[in-house]
Design a protein around this ligand. Structure first.
Ligand code: ATP
Ligand code: SKM
Ligand code: MG
Length: 167
């Protein structure tokens, strides 16, 4: 099976929000890899990072992503999922939307939220580095790219739909 759409992008780019909106519009199921991991383990992502470390989380994320990519509907990946070469390879078979966001807008959206363990301590500084490291990886897997700065989630969803019709 092939997902109707997979969303990738940095923390705060709006994958979960816009993914749910598009799924609702299209009458498709929606899944969010972070939420599925949390539901299955009964722990928050932050707790998994703290208890088992990032490599253990990444292994869990890679397996869960592969499994969910085999399903239908709209799928929001974790912000760091594209760091896995296996995941990037699997994404070659799917329509993928990269939601782009600047550091300023991403920082404003995620705030000082403890739910994002990778950003703890220095949200802006960590986002600068993370976006620089990951931009080529998001670009490599993207079928369409949509800039989200200054747009409401509904407007981002509109642009994703427009971009997909042109892709
Ligand atoms: N286009 C937007 N404009 C303003 N706020 C937004 C927009 N998209 C999402 N948000 C808000 O920003 C926050 C982060 O959005 P969301 O959780 O959808 O991002 P995400 O890409 O899934 O992040 P993560 O990788 O951390 O899961 C939420 O509070 C959401 O309501
Ligand atoms: O950008 C990242 O590396 C992450 C983003 C979130 O979606 C979670 O998957 C986790 O907090 C790691
Ligand atoms: Mg999310």
């Amino acid at each position: 099976m092939t997902a109707r759409l997979v969303l990738v992008g940095a923390p705060g780019s709006g994958k979960s929000t816009v993914g749910a909106l598009l799924a609702q519009r299209w009458g498709e199921p929606f899944a969010d890899v972070d939420a599925v991991i949390e539901a299955r383990t009964g722990r928050s992502i932050a707790e998994i990072f703290a208890d088992e470390g990032e490599p253990a989380f990444r292994a869990l994320e890679e397996g869960t992503t592969a499994e969910l990519l085999d399903g239908a509907g709209v799928l929001a990946l974790g912000g760091g999922a594209v760091m896995s070469a296996a995941t990037r390879q699997a994404l070659a078979d799917h329509p993928v939307a990269w939601l782009q966001v600047s550091v300023a807008h991403a920082a404003g959206r995620v705030g000082l939220n403890e739910a994002r363990p990778l950003l703890l301590g220095n949200v802006r500084g960590r986002l600068v580095r993370l976006l620089a490291e990951r931009a080529p990886l998001y670009a490599a897997v993207a079928t369409v790219t949509v800039e989200t700065d200054g747009l409401e989630p509904v407007e981002v969803a509109d642009r994703v739909e427009e971009a997909l019709t042109r892709a």
